[in-house]
Design a protein around this ligand. Structure first.
Ligand code: BES
Ligand code: ZN
Ligand code: ZN
Length: 483
C-alpha cells in the first residue's frame, strides 16, 4: 500500500473516497468541512451526531472531487483523546474499504497526526501472506494523509510506529515452520538492512555454551532446530552513553516440552515469540525515528519440544551466573531462556532493562487483555512506562514483586525452582527472573493476556497481537525529550 502525505486541499484530491473529521453537532475539524456544514444543516433535525463511533457516508458532494465522503465522528471536542482518534480513523477508512474505495485520503483528525496515521495503518493491516487465494478480498491501494506541515510531521511518527507494530505482528504470527529461530534472525537482518546506526549479531549455540548459558540451552535441548541468540545494537548517540536494554522471549513454538501441553489451542503457541518480535521491531521504530539514545536488544530464540534429548522435570541446570535451577516443569521455559539473557543484559552497563514475554497463563487469568502486567523494583522507571502506556493506549498495571511469595520457588534440589505452584503464577515467574538480574531499574512485562486477547480494539488485526511495540517506542521518545 502506498502512503502519501499532502498539504493540498482534500476537496480537490482525485481519490475514491475522503475522510473528514467532525465533532458532535456537526462541528467540523478542518476547513473542508465548512462546505458540508450548510449541506448538513438539515441532518441536524434528523439525528444526533455525538458519538465518536458514528460515521456518515455521503456521495457526490458538489465541489468535492472524490465520489465518496465519510464524516468521521469524533464525539465532543473537549473529550477527544488519542485513542478516540485512532478508532475514528480506523472506522472511517474501513468503511471506505468495504465500499470498494481503493485510493483514500484522510485529513488529520483532531489535530492529532500520529493517532490518525496509527488508526489508519494499524487498522488496514492484515496478516494474509500465507493465503494463496483471496476471493472477494478488498484492498486499499493508497492512503493520502492531508494536513499542514506540522501535522504531517506527527503523521510520520505514526507511520513509523504502525509499521513497527505491524512488522512485529507478522513475526509473532508466523507459524513455527515459517519462523524457526534461523528464519527469525534472517527476517531481522532483512528489517534492519537499510537502517542507519544498527548492527545485528546472531550468536549460535556454541557461543551460548562458551557463555555457560545452561538455562537457555536446557530449553533448546529437545529440538533439532538450532537455537539462536540475537543481539541488536542501535547506536543513536555517543558510545559512552549507557544503553537501554530490551530483552524479549523468543520461543518460536512452545509445546511445553516433556511437560507437554494439551493439544487444544496449542497452535497459538506459535506466538510465544511475541516478546522477541516486540523488542526487534520497537528498536526498528526507535532507529527509524533516529532517536538520540543507545538501545540493545537481546532475544534468545528456540523451540520448546519434547524428544529423547529434551530436559526432564527434576533435571538441574546451571545459569550463566552460576545459580542452579531445578526444572520442575519444562513448560515454564520462558523464564529459563530469559534468565541467561537478563544476566547477559547487565554486562552492557544499562541505564534500564525491560524484558517482555508471553510468560504466564496466570497473568492472562489475572488481568486478561486490558493491561500489560508488569513488575519493577523502580518506581521511577515504572511510572515512565505507565505514562507511555497511556499515551499509546497500551496500558500497564503494576503487580507485586514481593518477597512474600519467594518461598514458592524454593527448591530442595537446587538454588531455585522454575515453578511456584498454582497460585500467583505470574508473580512467582517474576520473582524467578529477579534471581538473575540485580539492576534496580529493571521492568518485567508479562504480555500473555494482551497478546492473546479476547476483546480487541477496532484497529487490532486478527491473531496474536504484538502488544507493547508502540508503548516502548513512546517510552524511548519520552526519555529522549526529557534529556
Ligand atoms: N508460553 C506460556 C504462557 C502462555 C500461556 C502465554 C497462554 C500465552 C498464553 C508459558 O511458557 C507457559 O507455558 N507457562 C506455564 C507455566 C507453568 C507451567 C508454571 C503456564 O503459565 O501455565
Ligand atoms: Zn511454556
Ligand atoms: Zn512459553
Amino acid at each position: 500500500m502506498e502512503i502519501i502525505k499532502s498539504t493540498e486541499n482534500i476537496e480537490e484530491l482525485a481519490v475514491d473516497g475522503i475522510v473528514l473529521g467532525c465533532y458532535s453537532n456537526y462541528n467540523f475539524t478542518e476547513h473542508a468541512g465548512m462546505r458540508l456544514s450548510s449541506y448538513l444543516e438539515k441532518y441536524k433535525e434528523l439525528e444526533e451526531f455525538n458519538d465518536e463511533k458514528e460515521n456518515i457516508l455521503l456521495y457526490y458532494i458538489d465541489g468535492i472531487t472524490a465520489p465518496r465522503v465519510v464524516i468521521a465522528g469524533l464525539g465532543k471536542k473537549e473529550e477527544l483523546d488519542h485513542e478516540k482518534v485512532r478508532i475514528a480513523a480506523n472506522n472511517a477508512v474501513k468503511l471506505l474499504r468495504k465500499k470498494g474505495a481503493k485510493r483514500i485520503a484522510i485529513e488529520v483528525l483532531g489535530n492529532d497526526g500520529q493517532s490518525t496515521s496509527e488508526g489508519v495503518l494499524l487498522g488496514l493491516y492484515e496478516f494474509i501472506e500465507l493465503k494463496s487465494q483471496l476471493k472477494d478480498h478488498k484492498f486499499v491501494e493508497s492512503v493520502t494523509f492531508v494536513g499542514n506541515e506540522n501535522q504531517l510531521i506527527d503523521v510520520d511518527v505514526g507511520i513509523i510506529t504502525s509499521e513497527a507494530q505491524n512488522k512485529a505482528h507478522r513475526m509473532a504470527n508466523l507459524p513455527a515452520n515459517h519462523a524457526t529461530p534461523t528464519i527469525f534472525t534472517d527476517y531481522t537482518k532483512d528489517i534492519f538492512k537499510d537502517i542507519k546506526n544498527t548492527e545485528i549479531i546472531v550468536h549460535n549455540e556454541e557461543w551460548a555454551k562458551e557463555k555457560k548459558m545452561g538455562s537457555f540451552l536446557s530449553v533448546a535441548a529437545g529440538t533439532d532446530e538450532p537455537a539462536k541468540f540475537l543481539e541488536i545494537h542501535y547506536n543513536g548517540t555517543k558510545d559512552d552513553v549507557k544503553p537501554l536494554v530490551l530483552v524479549g522471549k523468543g520461543i518460536t513454538f512452545d509445546s511445553g516440552g516433556i511437560s507437554l501441553k494439551s493439544g487444544t489451542g496449542m497452535g497459538l503457541m506459535r506466538g510465544d515469540c511475541t516478546g522477541a518480535s516486540v523488542v526487534i521491531n520497537s528498536i526498528y521504530g526507535i532507529a527509524k525515528l533516529g532517536l538520540k539514545l543507545n538501545v540493545i536488544g537481546l532475544t534468545p530464540l528456540t523451540e520448546n519440544l519434547p524428544s529423547g534429548k529434551a530436559t526432564k522435570p527434576a533435571d538441574v541446570v546451571v545459569a550463566s551466573n552460576g545459580k542452579s535451577i531445578e526444572i520442575d516443569n519444562t513448560d515454564a521455559e520462558g523464564r529459563l531462556i530469559l534468565a541467561d539473557a537478563l544476566i547477559y543484559s547487565e554486562t552492557f552497563n544499562p541505564f534500564a532493562v525491560i524484558d517482555i514475554a508471553t510468560l504466564t497463563g496466570s497473568m492472562m487469568s489475572a488481568i486478561s487483555d486490558g493491561f500489560i502486567g508488569g513488575f519493577s523494583r523502580s518506581d521511577v522507571l515504572w511510572s515512565e512506562l505507565e505514562k507511555a502506556g497511556i499515551q499509546s493506549h497500551e496500558r500497564y498495571w503494576r503487580m507485586p514483586l514481593d518477597k512474600h511469595y519467594k518461598k514458592q520457588i524454593k527448591s530442595d534440589l537446587a538454588d531455585v525452582k522454575n515453578t511456584g505452584g498454582s497460585r500467583a503464577g505470574a508473580i512467582t515467574a517474576a520473582l524467578f527472573l529477579a534471581e538473575f538480574i540485580e539492576l534496580e531499574d529493571w521492568v518485567h512485562l508479562d504480555i500473555a493476556g494482551v497478546s492473546f486477547p479476547e476483546n480487541r480494539k477496532p484497529y487490532h488485526p486478527n491473531g496474536v497481537l504484538a502488544f507493547g511495540t508502540r508503548s516502548i517506542i513512546q517510552y524511548a521518545r519520552n526519555i529522549v525529550s526529557k534529556g
